[in-house]
Design a protein around this ligand. Structure first.
Ligand code: C2E
Ligand code: CA
Ligand code: CA
Ligand code: CA
Length: 279
């Protein structure tokens, strides 16, 4: 038994070391990724439940790693947040989204709004707003075509600073969505103070919304709360027709999830919209 215990222990530390090595390697590779143009945006359409149209997409970053292949954000965004590289990655995301919007002029994607994800850490950067403003201008993109998604963490720390940053964005005409709504901070007061345009109900409420009474009650309550405040609602992680019907019946504004489409490259999105195959 003693033997086995030691083996287990060794196995555990080796696993830890492997992970640490992988982390260090990825961190080193991350420093080259921007220069080597290895990041790419995928786009996931949002279905407008009032009109049946697709007017908006969420941009989700992927890393085309030269050895490890296409990496999802969970493999490198937390690492980039720790090292501070997230600031330059965020700038790249804003630039790539604006360039895409500029390229879409005159195509079936022309009317789309693009939502980009920013972490609280990125909002800490005082020059972020200037970067967004100047990128929109240099790419000649109407600010109302851009949306930023932030999680409730921005209402916990640096509140004054964040309110100031987001007020500037709002004045520009950029939309603000609160991501993963319902799983973070529990105070609702910030909905009064911040210029919020959309709430995105977290996937964890939608998954069982047609089976679990409490999830249905929460989802309906969030929709009503938001509407009474003049805020639109997006449901995340919609995977079934039943979920979609529930959301339509309760007047949710937008649905996003694998039922409509997985996140896809820009070229696939263009084809899908041109052929009208998403809806
Ligand atoms: P998120 O913003 O909550 O994005 C939604 C995630 O759910 C995406 O994962 C998307 O692919 C996935 N998803 C969409 N529909 C469904 C569905 O029907 N079922 C299921 N099971 N999943 C669905 P992804 O692309 O791996 O992104 C994960 C997270 O990484 C994002 O969560 C976001 O927090 C972060 N992220 C993505 N892109 C960026 C970025 O450019 N910058 C920053 N800072 N974070 C990003
Ligand atoms: Ca998001
Ligand atoms: Ca989300
Ligand atoms: Ca999330």
């Amino acid at each position: 038994a003693k033997e086995q215990g030691r083996n287990t222990y060794q196995f555990y530390t080796e696993g830890m070391q492997d992970r640490e090595v992988l982390r260090l390697e990825l961190d080193r590779d991350l420093s080259q990724a921007l220069a080597n143009d290895e990041f790419v945006l995928y786009f996931q359409p949002q279905l407008n439940l009032d009109t049946g149209e697709i007017n908006s997409v969420e941009a989700l970053i992927r890393w085309q790693h030269p050895v490890r292949g296409l990496l999802p954000p969970v493999e490198f965004i937390p690492l980039a947040e720790e090292s501070g590289r997230i600031t330059e990655i965020g700038r790249w995301v804003v630039l790539a989204a604006c360039r895409q919007l500029a390229r879409w002029k005159g195509t079936p994607c022309e009317h789309l709004r693009v939502a980009v994800n920013l972490s609280g850490r990125e909002l800490d950067d005082d020059s972020l707003i200037d970067h967004i403003r100047s990128t929109l201008a240099s790419e000649a993109v109407d600010p109302s075509r851009l949306e930023v998604e932030l999680t409730e963490e921005i209402f916990i720390q640096n509140i004054e600073h964040n309110l100031n940053q987001l007020s500037q964005l709002h004045q520009l005409g950029v939309h603000l969505a609160i991501d993963d709504f319902g799983v973070g901070y529990s105070s609702l007061g910030y909905l009064r103070d911040f210029p919020v345009d959309l709430l995105k109900i977290d996937r964890s409420f939608i998954t069982d919304v047609t089976e679990r009474h409490d999830d249905a009650v929460i989802t309906r309550a969030v929709i009503n709360l938001a509407h009474n405040l003049g805020i639109q609602v997006v449901a995340e992680g919609v995977e079934t027709e039943e979920q979609l019907n529930f959301l339509k019946a309760h007047r949710c504004n937008l649905a996003q999830g694998y039922l409509i489409s997985r996140p896809i490259p820009a070229a696939d999105l263009e084809r899908a919209l041109a052929e009208g195959i998403l809806i």
